[in-house]
Design a protein around this ligand. Structure first.
Ligand SMILES: [Zn+2]
Length: 237
């Protein structure tokens, strides 16, 4: 019995990387029945306390958090309730708080629904001498079945940009968030300043399942924790 349980736990842990786990709060509410239901006995006594996750500190690093789009530029929307500019702002605000809690100095490119040019975003990265520039976006594609997060760095990236993207991708995978890997594209916010920079497309607003996840506060918190873990690993290596 014990061996069976251990094997089940090991298999459950291994299966985490391939597909995003369903967030419990996303599931539809169960139908309430009025008849009595005989409950299955618990297999094991509950553990006295859940293990406390150790948070890796980041230290006095300057991180520019850049919520994409804003104001007259809504970004994409697809089948999502939130427009991309709204999703980006919500995620960036939570990410900024998480990074600050771990000791980083956060410089946002916008904190309200306003239009900020790409040149100005790059200027903020340059002026703040950012140790890392993190741009937050959500994706759209005609192929409706595409899902998952995708990371972008410049075509000729610095070694620090590569390492930061590697660390965030690894953190996504270890927290069960589907990650399509790291792609190279010369987005202006990645190349118009010399600071290490990563652009994160957090998921596809063109896909129903992804849009539902991106609209869920619990899933956004999972994304934020994974990005923060990845950034912390990048700075401690
Ligand atoms: Zn975008």
């Amino acid at each position: 019995m014990k061996r069976f349980l251990l094997t089940s736990f090991a298999l459950a842990a291994l299966s985490g990387c391939a597909e995003p786990r369903q967030v419990i709060s996303d599931l539809p509410s169960p139908v309430m029945h009025t008849y009595a239901v005989k409950r299955a006995p618990a297999l094991e006594a509950p553990s006295p306390a859940a293990p406390v996750k150790r948070e890796l500190p980041i230290g006095p690093k300057t991180i520019v958090v850049d919520p994409g789009h804003g104001g007259k530029d809504p970004g994409t929307q697809g089948v999502s309730v939130l427009a991309e500019k709204e999703f980006n702002l919500l995620l960036a605000a939570e990410l900024s708080r998480a990074l600050t809690r771990r000791g980083a100095k956060v410089v946002p490119t916008r904190t309200t629904d306003k239009f900020v040019t790409l040149e100005h975003r790059a200027l903020i990265a340059r002026r703040s001498r950012a140790d890392l520039f993190v741009s937050i976006h959500a994706d759209w594609i005609r192929k409706r079945h595409s899902t998952g997060a995708t990371l972008y760095i410049a075509r000729s990236p610095s070694s620090k940009s590569i390492r930061a993207a590697d660390c965030i991708a690894a953190a996504f995978r270890s927290s069960g968030i589907k990650c399509n890997g790291i792609r190279r594209r010369d987005f202006r916010v990645l190349v118009e300043h010399p600071q290490p920079a990563v652009l994160i497309e957090c998921g596809y607003m063109s896909n129903w399942a992804d849009a539902r996840r991106l609209n869920s506060p619990a899933y956004r918190t999972r994304l934020v924790e994974a990005i923060t873990d990845g950034v912390a690993t990048h700075f401690t290596r």
